[in-house]
Design a protein around this ligand. Structure first.
Ligand code: PLP
Length: 481
């Protein structure tokens, strides 16, 4: 499988190159050249298989020959073997038509572990194969950061620098990042918003000199391998609930559009996905888009679902690529215009095509809290605020002719204890392995929202660039690109 950029100007890459590169050199995001296709028989054959085996079937066509079969199987077994539930992504029935998929059984209690734990293993494997070392940089509104740090900590071939908006993550989220004291882990609190952090990461990638000198890499949700890993649990859930003989809807609390895009990708691969429901908090750029056809930036306001407090959904670019008939020049022009004017429009016909699959629903913090209380009453499940946006969006937007909807529980309630307690009167407890989190030592550096300050810190805090493994990596990634 080969990978091309949504903006059409970057080199076409192999799987391992796309994995290590993250953002494409033309500013676009990598996508497979074509979608692997699963027949109903092939989908039916996944029923009852362990998570790691379904993962192998789904992921193998994307990886191709880049990783030997036996290695890929071992990596998947090791990755998902450490999760806290035997089913890895268990389903619970909430009411007649609604199921909850719990995606918080990884080390940091949020769904991002499902992709990032795998990406960490894949990086390790591919870098060792190539004799290379990389500097991972990322921006996080909370969950990506801790999940990425858990995935990269103590890996010989990787340094990780994680930017988070100072004071805008929950305390649990911050501590899950800053209490990892491994020497290859660097936490940076930026004086700005999550979008500022994300813009700085993009700017560092677009500075080709810096990018090559540091051998930069990303594990943010722009990395193709993250999307790939997330496709797996849509297959797992759909097959468990009757696919391919029954079509399934998914309701996804959405921020950067990575998770729901993976559901869309599963549909492109042949999984019968009947409806995709985008759940938003009051940072509702996507809800407004799906209602009007206009994507228009607005200031970010903090909510009780901070992992969805975003202004621009980076991964939407991948969907836009299909909307614009896979024309990289059009994507590039649209998004350059968006950066300049803060808005772009799709045509009524394009919107209508999207609305065949996508619906959306927006919740205020008050509505989210009411949903947490109501679900506890009716089903006994204690939901975190993000998950509650998923279940409420499912209830509000599910089409009459859809038999089953799976709402994604994207975080454990104990990641957001204050909001959950305020909504329900119940204080959620951290699982035993994280029980001493509030006593652990923290390490973090505060920096201004300034590109040169950030670049100076990163170049000053990674191992010397003339380390032999670095040299190989810089030249081979350049050569490949
Ligand atoms: C990251 C995250 C989201 C948003 O997911 P996207 O892939 O960015 O749309 C929602 N909920 C939680 C708990 C998250 O960590």
């Amino acid at each position: 499988m080969r990978y091309l950029s949504t903006r059409g100007k970057a080199p076409v890459l192999s799987f391992d190159e796309a994995l290590l590169t993250g953002l494409a050199r033309d500013g676009g995001l990598y996508l497979p050249e074509s979608w692997p296709s699963f027949s109903p028989q092939e989908i039916r054959a996944l029923a009852g298989k362990p998570y790691a085996e379904v993962a192998y079937a789904v992921i193998k066509p994307f990886v191709g020959d880049c990783i030997a079969d036996a290695d890929l199987r071992r990596i998947l077994t090791e990755t998902y073997g450490v999760f806290g539930h035997r089913a890895v992504a268990p389903l619970k029935q909430l009411d007649e038509r609604t199921w909850l998929m719990e995606l918080f059984h990884g080390p940091t209690l949020a769904f991002k572990d499902y992709a990032l734990q795998l990406v960490g293993h894949l990086f390790d494997h591919v870098l060792r194969q190539r004799g290379e070392r990389v500097t991972v940089i990322g921006a996080t509104s909370g969950d990506t950061g801790s999940a990425a740090i858990e995935a990269c900590r103590d890996r010989d071939q990787v340094d990780i620098f994680m930017l988070h908006p100072k004071g805008r993550t929950s305390e649990v989220q911050r501590r899950q990042m800053t209490t990892i004291l491994s020497s290859n882990v660097h936490n940076i609190a930026v004086e700005g918003t999550f979008d500022d952090c994300q813009d700085q990461v993009k700017a560092m990638f677009n500075d080709i000199g810096f990018r090559d000198a540091m051998n930069l890499s990303a594990v943010n949700s722009i990395n193709w391998a993250r999307i790939m890993a997330q496709i797996v649990y849509y297959f797992v859930a759909a097959v468990a609930l009757g696919a391919p003989d029954r079509a399934i809807a998914f309701a996804v609390p959405t921020g950067n559009f990575g998770n729901i895009y993976a559901a869309y990708a599963a549909g492109r691969m042949g999984l019968p996905v009947s409806q995709l429901i985008v759940g938003s908090n009051s940072n509702d750029i996507l809800t407004r888009f799906f209602n009007s056809g206009t994507m228009e930036m607005a200031p970010v306001n903090p909510t009780i679902s901070p992992s969805m407090d975003i202004q621009v959904s980076s991964n939407f670019e991948r969907l836009l690529f299909d909307v614009l008939d896979r024309d990289g020049d059009k994507v590039s022009a649209t998004l350059t215009g968006f950066r300049e004017t803060g808005r772009f429009d799709v045509t009524a016909e394009q919107l209508q095509r999207l609305r065949r699959l996508f619906d959306c629903h927006r919740l205020s913090d008050e509505e989210t809290m009411a949903e947490i209380a109501a679900r506890l009453q009716t089903s006994g499940e204690l939901l975190d605020p993000h998950s509650a946006i998923g279940t409420a969006a499912a209830a509000a937007a599910l089409r009459d002719d859809v038999a089953v909807v799976v709402a994604l529980a994207c975080a454990h309630p104990a990641k957001f204890p204050d909001a959950v307690e305020k909504a329900s009167g119940v204080r959620p407890q951290l699982p035993a392995r994280l029980a001493d989190l509030y006593e652990r030592e923290e390490r973090c550096t505060v920096l201004p929202n300034d590109l040169s300050a950030l670049q100076g810190y990163i170049s000053g805090n990674r191992p010397p660039a003339d380390a032999p493994s670095s040299d190989t990596s810089a030249s081979s990634v350049r050569g490949a690109a």
